[in-house]
Write a protein of this length. Structure first.
Length: 96
C-alpha cells in the first residue's frame, strides 16, 4: 500500500523514519488513552448522600425500600454509599 510517486521523492531511509514516527504517534495515543484519567469515568456517577438530603430514617412513612431507586440489601441506583432500607432522600420516588 505504498505510493510509487512518493517513493521516488523520498528514499527508503526517510520512509522508514516516517513509518516509525507514525507508529510512535499511534502508540503514544493508545497508551495515553489508557493512562490519562477520564474525569467522567473516574468520578462516581452517583450522588453523595449529603448532596440530596439523605437521612437514615423514614420521612412521613416513606423509606428507601419503597423507592424505585432502591437496590437491596443496602444500596441505591443514584446515591453513593451504604443506604439504609429505612432511610429517605430528596430523590425518593415511590415504586409502583
Ligand atoms: S429515597 Fe433516595 S437514597 Fe433511598 S433509594 Fe430512593 S433515591 Fe436512593
Amino acid at each position: 500500500m505504498s505510493n510509487p510517486d512518493l517513493a521516488c521523492v523520498i528514499g527508503p531511509t526517510r520512509r522508514l523514519l516516517i513509518g516509525r514516527f507514525a507508529t510512535a504517534i499511534g502508540l503514544a495515543g493508545v497508551l495515553g488513552q489508557g493512562l490519562t484519567p477520564r474525569p467522567a469515568a473516574a468520578a462516581s456517577a452517583k450522588l453523595q448522600p449529603t448532596d440530596i438530603g439523605y437521612q437514615a430514617k423514614p420521612r412521613g412513612g416513606l423509606r428507601c425500600e419503597q423507592c424505585v431507586n432502591w437496590q437491596a440489601p443496602s444500596s441505591c441506583k443514584v446515591v453513593a454509599g451504604v443506604i439504609d432500607p429505612n432511610g429517605w432522600c430528596g430523590l425518593f420516588r415511590v415504586r409502583t
